[in-house]
Design a protein around this ligand. Sequence first.
Ligand SMILES: *[C@@H]1O[C@H](CO)[C@@H](O)[C@H](O)[C@H]1NC(C)=O
Ligand SMILES: *[C@@H]1O[C@H](CO)[C@@H](O)[C@H](O)[C@H]1NC(C)=O
Ligand SMILES: *[C@@H]1O[C@H](CO)[C@@H](O)[C@H](O)[C@H]1NC(C)=O
Ligand SMILES: *[C@@H]1O[C@H](CO)[C@@H](O)[C@H](O)[C@H]1NC(C)=O
Length: 263
Amino acid sequence: MSSIHHFLFLFFLCLWIAESADPSGQFCNNSTKISSTQISKNIDTLLPKLVSRTSQYGFIKTSYGEGEAQVYGLAQCRGDVSSEDCSTCIHDAADEIRKRCPNQSDSRIWYEYCFLRYSTRNFFGQVDTGFGIYYYNVQNVTDPDPDTFNKELGALMDKIRSEAVLPANKGLGKGKTKLTPFNTLYALVQCTRDLSKQGCAECLAIAISNFPTFCNDKKGCRVLYSSCYLRYELYPFYFPLDSQDSTLLGASKNYHSHTVYKP
Ligand SMILES: *[C@@H]1O[C@H](CO)[C@@H](O)[C@H](O)[C@H]1NC(C)=O
Ligand SMILES: *[C@@H]1O[C@H](CO)[C@@H](O)[C@H](O)[C@H]1NC(C)=O
Ligand SMILES: *[C@@H]1O[C@H](CO)[C@@H](O)[C@H](O)[C@H]1NC(C)=O
Ligand SMILES: *[C@@H]1O[C@H](CO)[C@@H](O)[C@H](O)[C@H]1NC(C)=O
């Protein structure tokens, strides 16, 4: 292949990958129904407002409409991503959510860089762990040994969750710990910005308490809840990217998931 063809091939491959970016998760609450065309119209008016304000401020909670047809919406980007990535992500989220949940008035969609939800119920400020997805790396930790790993993971989680609850940090906490000469642990937690300090702490505590069940000794794990997000990995994933680190090479990126409904 000539280099220009090679370039074009890669260029279109990248475009294709960008176009087909799937969400990390979605939840269409089947016990809720869009019961009037007014609700449908209000959702359609609300979505562009969520997109433009989130692109600008990284977060928005707002409502549109009146009475039975009032729709509450919230959108937030991961606090470490650029405003360009945030804007792209929230546009995708708004485009996809109506396609994926056409008939539900309570709908939520997660991407790696952003989250969007709406409902006819006012959910602002409420800790919601009723639906969640845990993605775990299929590989177990071997270096260091699991006991040491879990101790270090617990310590790092304690540190970054105490950051996340401080109002100045807008729900975000992130950090890293060098475990061995070759392995560094990276972690990020984030609460939605409508939560109180207590609400944020509660959501993160619920997710972390489920680590032994869903993330036990795993090399990486990600938790998607409607009120908080958590992730840890043995490779750099949050921005600014830690480019010094060699663990990115050869890191396994094979994940499985558990979907959890709180009884
Ligand atoms: C909602 O119903 C659809 C269609 O029956 C189904 O595919 C989907 O899994 C259901 N969603 C949930 C969260 O139960
Ligand atoms: C949504 O509702 C419409 C009209 O009732 C129906 O035709 C369609 O199959 C439903 N879509 C899904 C995904 O359930
Ligand atoms: C789905 O909607 C119903 C009705 O509003 C609500 O009671 C239930 O908690 C919702 N499910 C989840 C998992 O949030
Ligand atoms: C990881 O450890 C668990 C529990 O000890 C074991 O069941 C599982 O097979 C291991 N997975 C891999 C990929 O080695």
